[in-house]
Design a protein around this ligand. Structure first.
Ligand code: FAQ
Length: 311
């Protein structure tokens, strides 16, 4: 019987049908979705921290309003993705427990510090730019709730990317000091942004199965190449230089060749030894602990409302 269920499932995937939470699915399909989707949700929530750091120091009211809205969107994306993941049978408490204990990962990129205002430009331009490329592909993913979440999230991400590019553009057109700030931010965020797409395909243990199940629609290297090809002309347009001496247009492949990523640095950051890993986890754990009374009060309130309805 399992055999025929599995065959039917594979046939549905082959027909590009969406798999919905109550449909039969192989246990490994469920597990790998919980892994990727919960890590995606954690990345959105931890991703609020580097930029949150700049809300009170944004250089104008207009910048402050935009940044506040962006960070708020990220919180919304995280909650949306947690809800989508819950449909696979894991609770939100379990997901937080996995994050706080270090069992679940979140994107390496958020373990780097945002040290100047130009970093807020670089995060929007490069980090959201990379996120969109990854997430546009995920709009066609096979699990219905994840695909639908991505469609909505991508719309907001494109506003995030544009606000970041505009910050960088203004700095690049500003005084020599401002232009130097924009270049310095690009220098520091470029390589970590390329790392967001994960290990090379031949060193990515999850890619082959995830491509078969159409969880992933493009591989890590395909998406990384797309990001480089899209971003280099954007840097050129505003007079900034990509910090890669090996970057070169390849006429034959109609794309850029680029230098080797520092994979030691990538794995160090993924394993918890990046510049801000400890600080980020401390912020999340203390938010969870300090918020306990709010969660308790909300539960008691909900119970009281329920009692009122019954009586
Ligand atoms: N950081 O076999 P693969 C955002 C792990 S955007 C940390 O290739 P997979 C928006 C990977 O989990 C960022 N860990 O894995 C925003 C696996 O470990 P595991 C979030 C990484 O899953 C913008 C191991 O390495 N976006 O938040 C990373 O097939 C601005 C082997 O790797 C998403 O999560 C990494 N960079 O491919 C917010 C997108 N790369 O789980 C605020 C959805 C790999 O077996 C401000 N996720 N690892 O223990 C994906 O597309 C995939 O999960 C990949 C990794 C591509 C990230």
């Amino acid at each position: 019987q399992i055999k025929s269920l599995e065959e039917e499932f594979e046939a549905r995937i082959a027909r590009d049908e969406k798999i919905e939470p109550k449909d039969w699915m192989p246990e490994k399909y469920r597990k790998t979705h919980i892994r990727q989707m919960s890590q995606h949700a954690h990345s959105e929530i931890v991703g609020m921290l580097p930029e949150g750091n700049w809300i009170s120091r944004a250089p104008s009211l207009r910048r402050k309003v935009a940044l506040l809205a962006k960070v708020q969107d990220e919180g919304g994306h995280g909650l949306y993705l947690y809800s989508a993941t819950e449909t696979l049978g894991i609770t939100r408490d379990e997901m937080f427990q996995q994050l706080h204990s270090g069992k679940a990962k979140y994107s390496s990129i958020f373990n780097y510090p945002a040290v100047t205002w130009a970093d807020i430009g670089a995060i929007g331009w490069l980090v959201d730019g990379a996120a969109i490329i990854n997430q546009v592909a995920l709009c066609g993913t096979s699990f219905g709730p994840y695909a639908r979440a991505m469609v909505r999230i991508c719309k907001e991400e494109s506003f995030h990317q544009r606000q970041g590019y505009e910050i960088t553009l203004k700095l690049a057109q500003g005084t020599p000091e401002q232009k130097a700030m924009a270049q310095d931010a690009l220098n520091r965020w470029w390589w970590p942004s390329l790392m967001m797409f994960g290990p090379k395909d031949d060193e990515s243990p999850n890619t082959a199965q995830s491509m078969k199940w159409k969880l992933k629609r493009k591989t890590n290297d395909e998406l990384r190449q797309q990001f480089v090809d899209q971003t280099v002309p954007q840097a050129e347009l505003i007079g900034l230089t990509i910090p890669d001496p090996e970057l070169k247009w390849n006429e034959e492949k109609q794309g850029y060749d680029f230098g080797e990523i520092d994979w030691d640095e990538f794995w160090q950051v993924v394993k918890g030894h990046g510049p801000c890993n400890k600080e980020r986890m401390k912020a999340r754990v203390s938010a969870w602990e300090n918020g306990e009374w709010v969660r308790d009060a909300a539960i008691v309130y909900a119970e009281k409302q329920q009692d009122k309805k019954l009586n």
